[in-house]
Ligand binder design. Structure first.
Ligand code: CU
Length: 149
């Protein structure tokens, strides 16, 4: 019984790995004034993706944009414009830490993990720095970072 379940899970897992490495996926992250997590928030705040995938930041609510902080070596920094849709192609494996500049002290932050977390230490430093400076929604970025594998 247990063996069958494990095998079933493995089959699903290998299928998922196969499909993500074969077809680039498209993801969306909403920029919001509020959601169940609190105020000034990206949704989802933690996102797992693969090299070749694209991400579009959606300005669902007004007054937000996105700027990269810690990114993997070789990846390009990004900075979007206020209230504009912004699409990013993920070219390098690693952890991408980003925030919304006007709401960084409200911990309007997020993490995209692309493949393996090759730059984990640098990402941890940036996460610590942002959490230290944030005045509201403390701990939110730590929660996202805890999901990095
Ligand atoms: Cu914002």
């Amino acid at each position: 019984m247990v063996k069958q379940t494990k095998l079933g899970r493995l089959a699903v897992l290998s299928l998922a790995v196969f499909s993500t490495s074969t077809f680039a996926a498209h993801h969306e992250i909403k920029m919001l004034d509020n959601n169940a997590e609190g105020s000034m928030v990206f949704e989802p705040g933690y996102l797992k993706a693969e090299v070749g995938d694209t991400i579009t930041f959606i300005p669902t609510d007004k007054g937000h944009w996105v700027e990269s902080r810690a990114i993997p070596e070789g990846a390009e920094k990004f900075l979007s414009k206020e209230d504009e849709k912004f699409t990013l192609t993920l070219t390098h494996e690693g952890v991408y830490v980003y925030y919304c500049p006007p709401h960084r002290t409200m911990n309007m932050t997020g993490i995209i993990q692309v493949g393996k977390s090759v730059n984990l230490e640098a990402a941890q430093k940036e996460v610590d720095k942002i959490e230290k400076r944030t005045k509201e929604n403390k701990g939110r970025l730590f929660e996202y970072f805890d999901q990095v594998k």
